[in-house]
Design a protein around this ligand. Structure first.
Ligand code: FMN
Length: 372
């Protein structure tokens, strides 16, 4: 078994085990944060992946933490995403929508009415988001102090994820992935220090997991078992997380609860492998897979050789590749042929147009297959 062995992932039949990582590129059309033809072209170029995970896609205006990221809460956004899903399907690929709420990683300048960000508590992150500075110019700005969500508002967030899951279905996606990683809203709730709530969404490990588990449950109600995934970043430190002494028990508990909720796969991002932060190892990946009882995929600075080994030794079922997919739209064929990989230009990761987005050449385009 290797990266090219087809796999059943829940209800999806995927032609290989190579997953394109969810990657924010800040290129939704304005006004309205709507996907357009250039986004459809970008994803279609990468349709050789067994599964594409879309960039983080906000479920509401308050969920947004960055300028120019696409949403899935307006009619126009659903219509825009339909262009993307059709383009990917026309090239024989599959694509799931990553549903995103940034929580406290946000700024009031992102909203017409200037609402403050929300979070599990009023604890402010020391990290930045991408918004407007005091002069009204786009750039990195310090995240503002959030307002703590009420219990009723937490239930409202679950409703937003149910609505977003329905919208994703109407937009033609092949499933959804809930973004529970990287210091955004669900991760903030999981964290034993950031989350100091005293209601049913705080306190014990079970309570801190509740918001994410309930969001997964409503997404499974909309899509059915086998079409909903969840992304987690155990021991992650992005966005002022980290230093949570309970991270291991927290994530093992969560894996079990998400398995029971009918989630099809866990996507585990090891920030340490990608960026040299503290990291867990393969034995923890195996523990998570066992606790979950379903398929897992791993990411974090992996090469084709490392990915092959992780699959062939049964550590995970699929492997997620990020930055190399930006600069190598034909990544699957390059891996198959052992061809050299092009370097990604970090300066064009976020914002802008075709440069660094749709202009990386495909030297080995995949065979076109048209889905019925
Ligand atoms: C430009 C960029 C944008 C990203 N945006 C997201 C995102 O929207 N959602 C998410 O879960 N992870 C995001 N990530 C993390 C990637 O999905 C991936 O886990 C990370 O890049 C590690 O994989 P790699 O070393 O193969 O690039 C992003 C990474 C990059 C480089």
């Amino acid at each position: 078994m290797d990266l090219f062995t087809p796999v059943h992932l829940g209800q999806l039949e995927l032609r290989n085990r190579i997953v394109m990582a969810p990657m924010t590129r800040c290129r939704a059309s304005q006004p309205g944060n709507i996907p357009s033809a250039i986004n459809a072209q970008y994803y279609q170029q990468r349709a050789g992946a067994g599964l594409i995970l879309s960039e983080g896609t906000q479920v509401s205006d308050l969920a947004r933490g960055y300028l120019w990221t696409p949403g899935i809460h307006s009619k126009e956004q659903v219509t825009g995403w339909r262009k993307v899903t059709r383009a990917v399907h026309a090239a024989g690929g599959s694509i799931a929508c990553q549903l995103w709420h940034c929580g406290r990683i946000s700024h009031s300048s992102l909203r017409a009415l200037g609402e403050a960000p929300v979070g599990p508590s009023t604890k402010q992150s020391t990290s930045t988001c991408f918004a407007l500075d005091d002069g009204g110019n786009p750039g990195r700005v310090l995240c503002q102090q959030p307002r703590a969500l009420t219990t009723l508002e937490c239930r409202g967030i679950i409703q937003e994820f149910a609505d977003a899951a329905r919208h994703a279905k109407r937009a033609g996606f092949d499933g959804v992935q809930i973004h529970g990683a990287n210091g955004y809203l669900f991760d903030q709730f999981l964290h034993s220090i950031v989350n100091d709530r005293r209601d049913e969404y705080g306190g014990s490990i079970g309570n801190r997991s509740r918001l994410l588990v309930e969001a997964a449950e409503v997404a499974v109600e909309v899509w059915g078992r086998g079409l909903v995934g969840v992304r987690l970043s155990p021991q992650g430190s992005f966005n002022d997380m980290g230093n949570d002494p309970t991270w291991k028990q927290q994530h093992l508990h969560l894996a079990k609860a998400l398995g029971a909720a009918g989630v099809a796969y866990l996507d585990l991002f090891n920030q340490g492998w990608a960026y040299g932060a503290p990291s867990w190892d393969e034995s923890f990946a195996r523990e998570m897979r066992e606790a979950f009882g379903g398929a897992t995929m791993l990411s974090g600075g992996l090469t084709s050789e490392q990915g092959t080994k992780l699959i062939s030794t049964g550590v995970c079922d699929m492997v997620v590749f990020g930055r190399v997919f930006i600069s190598n739209p034909d990544l699957v064929e390059r891996f198959r042929l052992g061809a050299p990989l092009a370097e990604a230009n970090q300066a064009t990761f976020y914002g802008g147009g075709a440069e660094g987005y749709t202009d990386y050449p495909s030297k080995f385009p995949p065979k076109r297959e048209v889905r019925s």
